[in-house]
Ligand binder design. Structure first.
Ligand code: PEP
Length: 253
């Protein structure tokens, strides 16, 4: 089944209102004549509105980097899926390793976010990935299996078109050391098989699985040429329009 790749730029806690606006405008311009790829940018919460204005009428989608699993309530400092939807987000990232490992988020909490986000009408990018210790101990597949089963608990097959999975080995995020194309392919194929068992073989054939972890213009094409690698989740290289657009172009090459 042909799958349209997704290239997503996770700006993390970078940019200002001005640089975010400029970056978004350059990405819109660079994507204007491209087809065959979904492109999204994920600015910090305070700049979602600013960037939404720039993206209006373009092919570039807006996304949130996180959400809380409730629509409203006394949750100081949190942002709800309905708020993200309200400011024009199409996507939300959940389960990013910087939240799992830096902020102690569990699979159970990630699963609550998944359902809240889908209920609010957001498309979800669910991140999974092992630490270097887990990889060295030969536990990569066990970890991925657990994160998939936990994160996707009670997930309904009819929502499959609104889910993307990002394989992001923790040891590759922000380190400059990407997974090799072969390592990425092996993990992605494993994820697709696991997803087929959890959801359905048909949903698995259509599942978009992005790779994330030190994707740069010089390694993007080789990673995305792998049969089960359907795009990229990009951190550092998404903060410069030139490098992000080079990765977007590699997805359609
Ligand atoms: C990320 O933030 O998801 C990421 C993959 O970061 P980087 O591209 O900088 O490794």
């Amino acid at each position: 089944m042909p799958r349209t790749p997704i290239v997503a730029g996770n700006w993390k806690m970078f940019t200002t209102a001005r640089t975010g606006r400029e970056l978004a405008a350059a990405i819109v311009k660079g994507c204007a004549s491209l087809s065959g790829v979904h492109v999204g940018v994920f600015p910090p919460f305070p700049y979602l509105n600013v960037v939404a204005d720039v993206l209006k009428g373009s092919s570039v989608a807006l996304g949130g980097q996180n959400c809380y699993p409730a629509n409203e309530g006394a949750y100081t400092g949190e942002v709800s899926p309905t708020m993200l939807k309200d400011v024009g987000c199409r996507y939300v990232i959940i389960g990013h390793s910087e939240r799992r490992h830096g902020l102690g988020e569990t699979d159970e909490f990630v699963n609550r976010k998944l359902h809240a986000a889908l209920d609010a009408g957001l498309d979800v990018i669910l991140c999974v990935g092992e630490t270097i210790e887990q990889r060295k101990a030969g536990k990569t597949e066990v970890v991925l299996e657990g994160q998939l089963a936990g994160g996707l608990a009670a997930f309904r097959a009819d929502l499959a078109p609104r889910l993307t999975i990002a394989y992001e080995p923790c040891w590759a995020i922000g380190t400059g050391v990407n997974a090799t194309p072969e390592q990425a392919q092996a993990a992605h194929a494993f994820i697709r098989r696991g997803y087929a068992d959890l959801v359905s073989p048909q949903a698995a054939a259509g599942l978009t699985i992005q790779y994330g972890g030190s994707v740069k213009p010089d390694n993007a094409a080789a990673l995305m040429a792998q049969p089960d690698v359907d795009g990229a989740l990009v951190g550092g290289a998404s903060l410069k329009a030139d490098s992000f657009l080079a990765i977007v172009r590699a997805a359609v090459a």
